[in-house]
Each structure stands twice: as structure tokens, then as C-alpha cells.
Design a protein. Structure first.
Length: 143
């Protein structure tokens, strides 16, 4: 199911244009839509049982490329969808982290607004953990 991320932002030209979706299969058969996936492109290299969040270089790369894509005249009539798999909770939360970072850095939204856009997925997001060996004694959530 597609979840609209950015809405009621009348001062932005991205209204009804940028979406994030997580599902077991890639979306298909949407007219005037461009889908991209970073699950195998921006990868966290763990120290132990940790899986993210992704580093600042990856946040910069993602934000730069997504901003370029949204400005590209070849895609001006397309809705842009960041798709990530729901079969791998670590990939899903890292994808949401990148989109949330983009929303705060490039779209100048607050962390609370960015996080609330992912409300349908909150319970599905895997908590981050530290990189040490052994049991993690706390939960470090996306927010």
C-alpha cells in the first residue's frame, strides 16, 4: 500500500510528488511514476550485530541525488517513489532514516513532522543497537 509522505506543503513544489513505500514486492503499473531503491546501493557495514543508521556520507549522497531527481525536467511530470523491501527490517528502517533526513535537511521539516509521516510503519521499524558484542540493553529508535 502506498503511503503519501509529503502533503499540505503549499510552499514546496514537491507536493504530491515524493513518496516512500515499503512492501514485499516492488510497486508496478503506475503511470507517470519513477521508482528507485537503495537497498543494495547504500549499505551499512556492521561492526558486530549492528545494522545502522547509515553514515553522513550516505545521507549526503542520498539527499543530493534525490534533490537532483526532483529538479530534473525529465521527471517533472512523474511522481517519485523511494521503494524499500519490507522483508528486511534493517533495510526498511535505514530507508526511512534516509528519507527522514532528506525531509529535515532539504525540505526543512522538523524531526517530529518527518517521523510522523512514517506513522503507519512505526511498529515495523527495527530498533538500532550499539556495535558492541553481547546483548543490547537499550533501544535506539528511529526518532
Amino acid at each position: 500500500m502506498l503511503r503519501k509522505l509529503i502533503y499540505n506543503l503549499n510552499y514546496l513544489s514537491y507536493i504530491d510528488k515524493l513518496f516512500w513505500v515499503s512492501d514485499s514486492k516492488p510497486p508496478q503499473n503506475y503511470k507517470n511514476a519513477f521508482f528507485f531503491n537503495i537497498d543494495n546501493d547504500l549499505i551499512y557495514f556492521p561492526f558486530n550485530k549492528d545494522f545502522g543508521p547509515l553514515n553522513l556520507a550516505m545521507v549526503h549522497r542520498y539527499s543530493r541525488e534525490l534533490a537532483r531527481l526532483l529538479r530534473d525536467k525529465n521527471y517533472q511530470d512523474n511522481r517519485v517513489f523511494h521503494y524499500c523491501t519490507s522483508d528486511k527490517p534493517d533495510k526498511m528502517v535505514n530507508g526511512a532514516f534516509l528519507m527522514g533526513a532528506f525531509m529535515m535537511i532539504c525540505l526543512k521539516l522538523s524531526a517530529a513532522v518527518a517521523y510522523s509521516a512514517f506513522k503507519p510503519y512505526h511498529k515495523l521499524f527495527k530498533a538500532y543497537r550499539d556495535a558492541s558484542k553481547g546483548d543490547c540493553l537499550y533501544k535506539c529508535t528511529l526518532l
